[in-house]
Design a protein around this ligand. Structure first.
Ligand SMILES: Cc1cc2nc3c(=O)[nH]c(=O)nc-3n(C[C@H](O)[C@H](O)[C@H](O)COP(=O)(O)OP(=O)(O)OC[C@H]3O[C@@H](n4cnc5c(N)ncnc54)[C@H](O)[C@@H]3O)c2cc1C
Length: 480
């Protein structure tokens, strides 16, 4: 690991990016007039993206990151843009999937997180999975290579009265800063639990029982079509597994940690508690797969593992977030056929997530209403996931840079995926029941004249994504 403690010379503007000479010249008057820096707190998905975007709009950026001096329980390096759990940015389908659409929009805006993810892509069927360490090292190196970005390794513990700031300190915002935010907002920060899925060493998996195949053989290449490792279960094995899950020792909540789970990230034992068949219709569904060791018999349930690094030495158990105690985890997971002798590189865990009641606290530009010199971005604003957090960083970076350089901007179009998300968190959502949100087509305004229900879904999604692409492309024109 290398950390830059020194201050690089700060240039008035950064000529990198895909900016044409004409575009740069048009921006120069703003840059020349600019006297202030933009401070960004937190070099995770959102803060890194915000810094990149603002720097490319000619603003001088100081990125404050507390790691490695102050650690979180989940981050393991001092890298910027570290992925703390899964190595997946989820679906890359920009026609039929809202998160894939967000990928597309971020790529159009030269997003740091997406373009770097593309450089470190691993085979994962229709998903965008990456080799996490080289990914974060590249994010760090790209930011440090910008002449108008300075990385300052320190914890920020208060909300400053002066200057322009973006706080992107994420679900694990340091406690002192969390207290300062609470003091300012007067609102209780809400909390819920995500759970980390376990990672298994590939060499410890019994391939005489498991096989490689993506569901429905999805993917362009052979590598993509065989991106997942599958472990089949008979009905008896599944029932015994559910019994063990229900009986396993779980981590207790600490006093005061009373918030509910986020539905998109339920621990498997909680899913099992909701019904014995729930897992068979969720992460253990047996559809779209044929076991080459036993092609005539359909598995009753299938556990899927996905490659976790480029070398192919690590696999994570897909969708198996858990809050079982470590001892119980190894006992229960070794009941899975093929994993009887599994060695675990990392076991699952639980964590707290801090987020603001954004619909009441933030304006449409993600500024704190009570202190407009401060913006928030990323997961702390109540979006959920790497992609959504980076997306809100992208917007915060551009909005802050435009403000600093007196560049008028039209409203982020609500029909784009970016616009649907920012609109939701800054006012569209019900403040009383506000919970973190993944991007999804439910956030989009309906397209008139299209059939509802399952039958019309394909056409509807295509119409949403076509409309979004056009709206986002138009919005980006004002930056060129
Ligand atoms: C344990 C865990 C597992 C998760 N698993 C997944 C997953 O599998 N998939 C997924 O999409 N999302 C997952 N998430 C959510 C994930 O954290 C977010 O999606 C994403 O990382 C949020 O991006 P962010 O930039 O808002 O926050 P982060 O990426 O967490 O970045 C915040 C940064 O701020 C720094 N920081 C905090 N306080 C201060 C301070 N006071 N001063 C200076 N720096 C500070 C932190 O060190 C960190 O680098 C998980 C979260 C946790 C905690």
């Amino acid at each position: 690991m290398r950390f830059q403690e020194t201050v690089p010379p700060v240039a008035p503007s950064c000529p990198a990016f895909t900016v044409t000479t004409v575009a740069l010249e048009r921006r120069l008057p703003y840059v020349a007039a600019m006297t202030q820096e933009l401070h960004i707190v937190g070099g995770g998905m959102a803060g890194s993206e915000a810094a990149w975007q603002a720097a490319h709009m000619g603003v001088n950026v100081v990125l404050h990151e507390m790691r490695p001096k102050v650690e979180t329980f989940a981050h393991q390096t001092g890298n910027l843009g570290e992925m703390v759990c899964s190595n997946s940015f989820r679906s890359d389908d920009d026609e039929q999937n809202a998160v894939g659409l967000l990928h597309w929009e971020m790529r159009q805006a030269n997003g740091l997180i997406m373009t770097t993810a593309d450089e470190h892509r691993l085979p994962a069927g229709g998903a965008l999975a990456v080799d996490r360490d080289p990914f974060a090292e590249t994010v760090t190196a790209k930011l440090k290579a910008l002449p108008n970005v300075r990385v300052s390794y320190e914890e920020i513990t208060a909300l400053p009265d002066e200057g322009h700031w973006i706080f992107a300190t994420g679900p694990l915002t340091s406690p002192t800063l969390g207290e300062a935010i609470q003091k300012e907002t007067g609102a209780e920060a809400l909390a819920f639990f995500d759970a980390i899925a376990p990672i298994v060493y590939a060499e410890s998996i019994d391939m005489s029982q498991a096989w490689m195949q993506s569901r429905y053989d999805k993917g362009e290449t052979e590598e993509e079509r065989t991106a997942y490792l599958n472990c089949p279960m008979t009905k008896e094995q599944y029932e015994a597994f559910i019994d063990a899950l229900l009986a396993a020792d779980k981590t207790e909540f600490h006093e005061g940690e009373t918030a509910g789970y986020f539905d998109g990230c339920l621990p498997i034992e909680v899913m099992a508690e909701r019904g014995r068949e729930t897992l068979r219709h969720g992460p253990m569904k047996p559809v779209g797969l044929t076991n080459p060791h036993n092609p005539d018999e359909k598995a009753y349930a299938v556990v899927q593992l996905r490659r976790d690094n480029a070398l192919g030495t690590l696999f994570n158990i897909v969708g198996f977030q858990t809050k079982m105690k470590y001892g119980a985890q190894t006992d229960v997971f070794r009941m899975i056929p093929g994993l009887e002798n599994a060695s675990f590189a990392r076991l699952g865990g639980i964590h707290r997530n801090t987020f603001l009641n954004s619909p009441t606290l933030l304006d449409a530009q993600m500024r704190l209403k009570s202190r407009p010199n401060i913006r928030f971005a990323g997961q702390i604003t109540g979006v959920e996931g790497y992609v959504e957090s980076a997306a809100m960083g992208l917007l915060a970076g551009r909005l802050a840079a435009a403000e600093l350089t007196d560049q008028p901007l039209s409203e982020v179009p609500q029909d784009s995926a970016m616009g649907a998300l920012i609109h939701h968190i800054t006012g569209g959502a019900e403040a009383k029941t506000f919970q973190p949100m993944n991007v999804n087509f439910g956030l989009f305004r309906p397209v008139d004249g299209l059939k509802g229900g399952r039958r019309g879904r394909k056409d509807r999604y295509k119409a949403y994504t076509d409309r979004a692409k056009s709206a986002w492309t138009d919005w980006l024109k004002q930056f060129s």
